[in-house]
Write a protein that binds this ligand. Structure first.
Ligand SMILES: Cc1cc2nc3c(=O)[nH]c(=O)nc-3n(C[C@H](O)[C@H](O)[C@H](O)COP(=O)(O)OP(=O)(O)OC[C@H]3O[C@@H](n4cnc5c(N)ncnc54)[C@H](O)[C@@H]3O)c2cc1C
Length: 480
């Protein structure tokens, strides 16, 4: 990936996790904290921890002098407890969330905390901006990078394997190689699973690579690109979008744009059908529609309320819940999504058996102590998208919360999460989505900071350049 200089000011959008207490909701924080530390510390330790963060003062439980004295140490989440250096944190999945949390845990603990990362893939595939591979402006190789430099640089123990079972009562994690890891804290960042069975025939179609998704850390983007290159001029490329929520809401519309950009110059008689199970585009709808009408009017056709229920791999025919069957030349069918098997099979996916509910103060599972879940696998807070930037931001917040907890301190009740997502419409112009979310101790969830989700300006070359700077910074943050 081209690596422009890091001068784009994205740091301003990165989560600020300044440790400070606000009075509203402090009762709830105390309750959450008591819950977090239940069975881990006695009353004296608990009071000490509360006092060290000034919380007893804010609750009116300390004399004034003590509060004044303690206020000078507020925010000092220094990693000094023996618990921190003796603890073992196991992180499952080295995507946006997993890489971030593993690296940040090591950094914040000054390399004292033992961190083990479980990930079967040796390479990280940066999906962000990877749709440009289909538009022919970037090679696939630009989007993959080895994981080993990250783990070596930060002293993270990487086990190249898959987690297959979890016994939270024993605090053990089973790996595919039959070994077992014990943990003090487990961080599950396994991302999403594509529910192929929800679309009849899709499993078989995928096995023969007749219909692929190219929506994960695999080589399918290359298969899809080959299918596009081999498609005759006059052919139809269909992308089927599942019901929300799914990984990367703007991703399918960016992909349709990239395919149209390629077709415009190489096969102008061809079409892109956007078959959306949702009622309208889920992201930047007005901008996408206007751009498509102005630049790809004879190529892209958008059809809302089109839920694909079956595929015939041989004839490349798609069936729908309501509409008539449709035969196409290339089918990119994205099925519904849910949290990966390791989280669901461990019983963590308590929202419709799909998504994992967490306590947003420290991303701990609502069902299991010391199991924290991050990224695409969780049931998000309102208006919180399933994006790489968001998963990264959550990783930063959780790493701080874990280090604080293991240092007998409180997690930050004012943590913020940012999101930034770019979508390219051709090979150089992009638009974006942005938002900031703040933890609300009263509501015990993240709330969108009003006004932070400003609509993107019209697509521009400047936003395209900002997208590459964002990506370069993100690569650095995740993998070096
Ligand atoms: C085409 C496309 C474009 C996108 N563009 C953007 C963008 O521009 N900006 C943006 O912010 N986001 C973008 N995204 C979304 C982004 O890629 C995801 O939201 C992000 O990857 C989620 O991070 P995660 O850490 O939760 O999961 P992932 O990044 O998916 O990582 C999960 C990891 O867990 C591993 N894993 C799974 N199960 C196990 C197991 N049992 N044991 C061990 N390891 C396991 C997997 O191998 C994987 O490496 C895009 C996505 C797509 C598909």
């Amino acid at each position: 990936m081209p690596r422009p200089k890091r001068d784009h000011g994205i740091g301003d959008m990165m989560p600020k996790t300044v440790l400070a207490f606000s009075d509203p909701g402090s009762q709830r924080i105390e309750e959450d904290f008591q819950g977090i530390h239940q069975n881990r510390m006695n009353k004296r330790d608990f009071n000490h921890a509360m006092a060290s963060m000034g919380l007893l003062g804010s609750l009116g439980l300390l004399p004034e002098a003590a509060t004044a004295q303690n206020s000078s140490t507020r925010g000092a989440a220094t990693p000094q407890s023996a618990q921190l250096s003796q603890a073992h944190v196991v992180v499952v999945g080295a995507g946006f969330a997993g890489c971030t949390v593993a690296k940040t845990l090591r950094q914040l603990s000054k390399n004292t905390l033992r961190v083990t990362l479980v990930e079967p893939n040796s390479n990280f595939l940066m999906l962000a901006l990877s749709n440009l591979v289909l538009g022919e402006s970037e090679p696939f190789a630009h989007f993959t990078q080895a994981l080993a430099p990250l783990t070596k640089a930060h002293g993270i123990d990487w086990i190249q394997d898959r987690a297959v079972g979890l016994e939270p009562q024993k605090k053990t994690l089973k790996l595919a190689n039959a070994s077992t890891l014990t943990y003090d804290k487990l961080v599950l960042c396994p991302g999403v699973e594509l529910v192929l069975d929800a679309v009849e025939g899709l499993n078989e179609a995928k096995q023969t690579s007749r219909i692929v998704q190219a929506w994960g850390n695999d080589l399918e983007l290359q298969v899809l690109k080959r299918q596009l290159l081999e498609m005759p001029n006059g052919g139809t490329f269909a992308i089927a979008i599942p019901p929300s929520p799914f990984k990367c809401p703007p991703g399918p519309y960016e992909r349709a744009s990239q395919v149209a950009h390629y077709l415009l110059t190489h096969k102008p008689q061809s079409r892109v059908l956007v078959l959306d199970a949702n009622q309208d585009l889920l992201s930047n709808a007005a901008h996408f529609k206007r751009y498509w009408a102005e630049h790809y009017a004879h190529i892209i056709e958008y059809r809302p309320d089109h839920l694909v229920t079956g595929v015939d791999a041989k004839s490349l025919t798609l069936s729908f819940e309501v509409q008539d069957d449709l035969q196409v030349q290339v089918a990119n069918v994205l099925p519904p999504m849910r949290a990966q098997a390791i989280a669901r099979e461990a019983g963590m996916a308590n929202v419709n058996d799909k998504w994992c509910e967490v306590n947003f103060l420290n991303f701990e599972s609502r069902l299991q102590r010391d199991v924290h879940i991050l990224g695409d696998a969780i049931q998000g807070a309102p208006l919180m998208p399933k994006s790489g930037h968001m998963a990264h931001a959550q990783g930063l917040v959780l790493a701080k919360a874990i280090v604080a907890e293991l240092s007998l301190q409180l997690p930050d009740p004012n943590a913020q999460l940012s999101n930034f997502c770019y979508s390219f419409l051709n090979d150089h112009a992009a638009l974006h989505l942005e938002s900031l979310h703040r933890y609300d101790p009263k509501a015990r969830t993240y709330q969108l900071i009003p006004g932070s989700n400003k609509p993107s300006p019209a697509p521009s070359v400047e936003q395209g350049q900002a997208a590459w700077r964002w990506a370069a910074q993100m690569w650095d943050d995740l993998l070096s």
